[in-house]
Design a protein around this ligand. Structure first.
Ligand code: SF4
Ligand code: SF4
Length: 268
């Protein structure tokens, strides 16, 4: 049974919730009869690390990658930026990265593609409580992976380790802290300027690096020299730094030290 306090997104409604020690059967390889069929006409929400890795994979500036390969759903009650992988604009609506042999960006495939057939929900923020994710299993008719004779029994934990989700989730822990931040308790919403800050720092990392190194940013904040050198060239370090800076810029947490004399109004 689902926790009655958790408002599940529509795509998880009615799915089987997995207890920590509960298993599901699954395999996926070129021999399954449905191979590649799931890589079309599907909503894939990209995380910041997904965008970064796919932009590097395609050799595009993150801004150009976002413009070329993603879209943002337009809904008036959107509380946070959502970045969706755009399917091809033809009848088959295939993923732009699917080929005859399967996923052409397999090593850099998105979080959602690694998770399938699992789904995850994070309970809403409660002051002083670290939200624990809960897992669901999709048993879609089109997916025959669970019915194959070589299907393997997985727990959510083993599946996430196998798909290298644990290390990715560690990198993006700061992102989950942002989107489930207690500031949002009671339905508070970010204004358009702060939504744009969140979008740029999390998803358009090359533009965020330009902002850090080509504006007065480094004159306004005290940062260790080692950190500055690291975020100049290390994408993951910059992503972690972006999450840290956003806690200051969006929620006024003391995660950044303003240099003496830098006016408060000019630091965000
Ligand atoms: S990114 Fe790869 S695994 Fe994900 S939908 Fe596209 S082709 Fe399939
Ligand atoms: S539908 Fe399921 S088993 Fe078939 S290719 Fe996709 S994930 Fe694999």
């Amino acid at each position: 049974m689902s926790d009655p306090e958790i408002h599940l997104p529509a795509y998880l409604a009615g799915k089987r919730q997995l207890a920590a020690d509960e298993s599901f059967e699954f395999t996926c390889h070129p021999g399954v009869p449905c191979f590649n069929q799931c890589c079309a006409d599907v909503n894939i929400i990209l995380t910041p690390l997904d965008v970064l890795q796919l932009a590097r994979r395609t050799g595009l500036h993150t801004r150009l990658f976002l413009d070329t390969y993603t879209g943002n759903p337009i809904t008036k009650d959107l509380q946070l930026p959502v970045v969706l992988l755009k399917m091809r604009d033809d009848e088959g609506k295939k993923c732009p990265f699917v080929g005859e042999e399967g996923c052409t960006v397999y090593q850099d495939r998105p979080w959602a593609c690694r998770m399938y057939p699992l789904g995850m929900a994070i309970p809403p923020a409660r002051a002083g409580v670290e939200p624990e994710p809960i897992f669901f299993v999709f048993e879609d008719d089109h997916c025959q992976g669970r019915l194959q004779p070589d299907a393997v029994a997985w727990t959510a934990e083993r599946w996430r380790a196998d798909q290298r989700l644990v290390e990715r989730d560690e990198i993006e822990a700061g992102f989950r802290e942002l989107v489930s931040h207690p500031w949002f308790i009671g339905g508070r919403q970010l204004d358009p300027k702060r939504m744009h800050m969140l979008y740029t720092a999390c998803y358009d990392l090359d533009s965020f690096r330009e902002f850090v190194f080509e504006s007065t940013f480094l004159e306004r904040f005290e940062l260790d020299d080692d950190l500055v050198a690291d975020i100049k060239t290390n994408d993951v370090a910059l992503l972690r730094f972006a999450f840290r800076w956003l806690r200051f810029a969006l929620f006024k947490e003391p995660t950044m030290k303003v240099r003496e004399g830098a006016a408060e109004r000019s630091v965000q």
